[in-house]
Ligand binder design. Structure first.
Ligand SMILES: Cc1cc2nc3c(=O)[nH]c(=O)nc-3n(C[C@H](O)[C@H](O)[C@H](O)COP(=O)(O)OP(=O)(O)OC[C@H]3O[C@@H](n4cnc5c(N)ncnc54)[C@H](O)[C@@H]3O)c2cc1C
Length: 287
């Protein structure tokens, strides 16, 4: 089933989805499969598999295996990194033949610490080009990325929303946001999107904080901010993993409750391939 049909079917609660990344080896893949199996009890509306590090093959294999063996609606992330148009066309055909109907069209981050993204020869420079390429081939449901705090490489917020709109005009059917911690940023940005004529569902990206050093690295990379009050609470206990977990989970639960009250279309959990925190939050939300 396509993800956009979930929103059309008008359920009373926001969609719940989980994101995983492909592990580096077979042992890691088995562990991840167990984790997904555990989270399956929460009846996620869909699962997404990132395209990171190792290669597209790992994303492809994992996506197909989850859909085939667990029967969960699965979305494969696509990036402009590494692939020219011919390779992307072949990759899309394999996904389609494997029964995958949902993809997230992304540019990808520059690799190896480089500051500027370099498009492969005969490839795609921006996600809107990739989305248009996908839409012209198979009838995938295409998701795109949105940035409540702005994309770090775009200093003009209005242009950032124009970029988002270009991805939707190219075929995007829904948006998943970058992680954020301050709902005020999300609500203001969502209003700006609606004023700009963006009508598609907007799914909020949520990450449960379990490690202070790690989350600081993430936010530095993706241009999000940790609100001062939360940061001080985390830093006060940063050497006590159990206490960090309590603070991080407490924030995520409160954040999700407020988003639900604010009519969010969906909650997308960046699980980091673990089940405990996400399961805990979903249980508190009554999922
Ligand atoms: C939900 C989610 C999942 C993600 N999953 C992955 C993943 O699996 N693998 C991975 O590598 N990364 C992933 N990322 C990170 C993402 O690849 C980076 O944030 C990347 O820097 C931008 O990707 P994008 O698709 O938003 O790019 P784009 O929409 O192409 O935007 C990239 C930058 O270029 C600018 N821009 C866009 N179009 C134009 C134009 N025509 N002219 C000039 N400037 C333009 C934008 O304003 C922006 O600053 C994910 C991000 C999100 C939010």
């Amino acid at each position: 089933m396509r993800i956009d049909e979930l929103f059309l079917s008008g359920g009373e609660r926001p969609t719940i989805s989980f994101e995983f990344y492909p592990p580096q080896n077979d042992a890691g893949a088995e562990t991840l499969f167990q984790t997904i199996h555990q989270l399956q009890a929460l009846k996620p509306d869909f699962i997404s598999i990132t395209r990171t590090g190792g290669g597209t093959e790992q994303t492809l294999e994992l996506t197909l295996r989850i859909q085939r063996e667990l029967g969960i609606r699965t979305m494969s992330h696509l990036t402009c990194l590494h692939h020219n148009k011919d390779e992307m066309a072949a990759h899309l055909a394999t996904l389609w033949e494997g029964g995958i109907r949902n993809v997230l069209a992304l540019r990808g981050d520059p690799e190896n610490g480089q500051l500027v993204f370099k498009a492969p020869k005969n490839g795609f420079a921006y996600a809107n080009e990739l989305a248009a390429f996908v839409a012209a081939r198979q009838d995938f449901c295409i998701g795109v990325a949105g940035y409540p705090e702005g994309h770090p490489q775009c200093l003009n917020r209005t242009r950032d929303i124009e970029t988002l709109k270009a991805k939707l005009d190219a075929g995007g059917r829904f948006i998943i946001t970058q992680l954020f911690f301050d709902n005020a940023d999300f609500f203001v940005w969502r209003d700006q999107c609606r004023v700009a004529g963006i009508t598609v569902p907007i799914v909020a990206g949520i990450i449960p904080i379990e490690n202070v050093a790690q989350i600081k690295r993430f936010v530095t990379r993706c241009g999000a901010k940790i609100p001062q009050e939360l940061l001080l609470k985390l830093e006060a206990v940063e050497n006590d993993p159990a206490a960090v977990y309590e603070v991080g989970i407490g924030h995520a639960i409160a954040q999700c409750r407020e988003l639900i009250a604010g009519g969010v279309d969906g909650l997308h959990f960046y699980t980091l391939n673990k089940s405990k925190a996400t399961a805990h939050i979903c249980a508190e939300l009554g999922n």
